[in-house]
Design a binder for this molecule. Structure first.
Ligand code: 5AD
Ligand code: FES
Length: 364
């Protein structure tokens, strides 16, 4: 449809669409408009990043969680989840093997686990900072107070990932128990930005009850927040959660949303997620060809991999970090891209820098 392509043109020219325009584009998307969108997404991806794909080594260090999100396999009510915590020494070993493989960004991700007190977390961050001065430390520890974020930043963390999950408060409430709120989650993100973290947000595609209007809200929120990274992946049901029988998100819609994000904020870091690779064997490659530019292989010890099961059939749970690394190398090369190992810093101004489109220069 011509009108769809002209909305994509408008998005490219101005980086803004109204809510109704977003809804129309998402609701009426078809193969032709997706093709048109992905071509533009790749144009901007190449302009900012060439054929380089950034890697972040993920360390899933605890699957204890005090939260009870209805979609998540490690929610506290899932008694069947086998719980584990890595020791500080194990975390340091993961960093070392990651470093030896060339990773220069470590992502410490875990459930909201009070056993890791503020002091323990700061100690871990300090230790990583001391041993790996040239690496970026990314945290993904859920919702915390501004003071806690501040102290972790001071200890040496530079990036934080916290998906907003869905920007619509009513939809948020249908995915989470009452004690969690969309408002608090968004406030955490504003706090992280204010402190100076390079901030990542994101949402699940196809989560139960999601409508095009809610996806429009997600894009509007991201446009306002101007994060440096946005992680999106399909919702994948987990058999031991209240959403076990719900339908999962599709590759098609996840790719379309990826393309929209790339054209809206061209310098964004956009991972081709493990969830996308889980629902389609070539999901991550398709994600890259729709505009993504980051992959996040797992550095956790293989003995605990299977236990960090947020959703069913998660890939890479039996593979050593080195295997994932060479697997991803091959996969990226097969579509004409190349894994790079530096920190992938580009600009402290955030993705909004990408809106100075007339400059046409690479921010790396
Ligand atoms: N399917 C897909 N993604 C999920 N996440 C949690 N549970 C699921 C699921 N069942 C995502 C959430 C969370 C991130 C760490 O993993 O978006 O923020
Ligand atoms: Fe882990 Fe392919 S990326 S095995």
């Amino acid at each position: 449809m011509d009108s769809l392509n002209s909305l994509i043109d408008k998005l490219e020219a101005t980086s803004h669409l109204t809510k109704d325009e977003w809804i129309a584009l998402i609701e009426h998307r078809d193969e032709e408009s997706a093709w048109y969108l992905f071509e533009k997404a790749r144009k901007w991806q190449h302009r900012y990043f060439g054929n380089r794909i950034y890697t972040r080594g993920l360390i899933e260090f605890t699957n204890y969680c005090k939260n009870d999100c209805y979609y998540c396999g490690i929610r506290r009510s899932n008694q069947k989840a086998e719980r584990y915590r890595l020791t500080k020494e194990q975390i340091m070993e993961c960093c070392q093997s990651g470093y030896d493989l060339g990773f220069r960004t470590f992502v410490l991700q875990g459930g909201e686990d009070g056993w890791f007190s503020q002091e323990k977390l700061e100690e871990i961050v300090l230790e990583i900072r001391k041993n790996y001065r040239d690496c970026a430390i990314t945290l993904s520890l859920g919702e915390r107070s501004k003071e806690s974020y501040q102290r972790l930043f001071h200890a040496g963390a530079d990036r934080y990932l916290l998906r907003h999950e869905t920007a619509d408060p009513r939809h948020y409430q249908s995915l989470h128990p009452e004690e969690l709120s969309s408002e608090n989650r968004k406030q955490c993100l504003w706090n992280l930005k204010e402190i100076g973290y390079q901030t990542g947000t994101g949402f699940m595609v196809g989560s139960p009850g999601q409508t095009p209007a809610q996806l429009a809200e997600d894009l509007l929120f991201i446009r306002r927040l101007e994060p440096q990274m946005v992680g999106i992946g399909p919702f994948v049901p987990h058999h031991d959660t209240p959403f076990a029988k719900e339908k999962g998100g599709t590759v098609e819609l996840t790719l379309f949303m990826t393309g929209l994000l790339r054209v809206m904020l061209p310098s964004l870091l956009l991972p081709a997620t493990t969830a996308l690779g889980t629902i389609d064997p070539t999901g991550r490659e398709q994600g890259i060809l729709a505009g993504a530019n980051v992959v996040m292989p797992n550095l956790s010890p293989v003995s605990v991999r299977k236990k960090y099961e947020l959703y069913d059939n998660k890939i890479c749970t039996g593979d050593e970090a080195a295997e994932c690394r060479s697997c991803l190398n091959r996969r990226m090369e097969s579509i004409g891209y190349q894994l790079v190992i530096d920190r992938g810093d580009y600009s402290s101004q955030g993705a909004a820098a990408g809106n100075e489109r007339s400059k046409d220069k690479c921010m790396m």
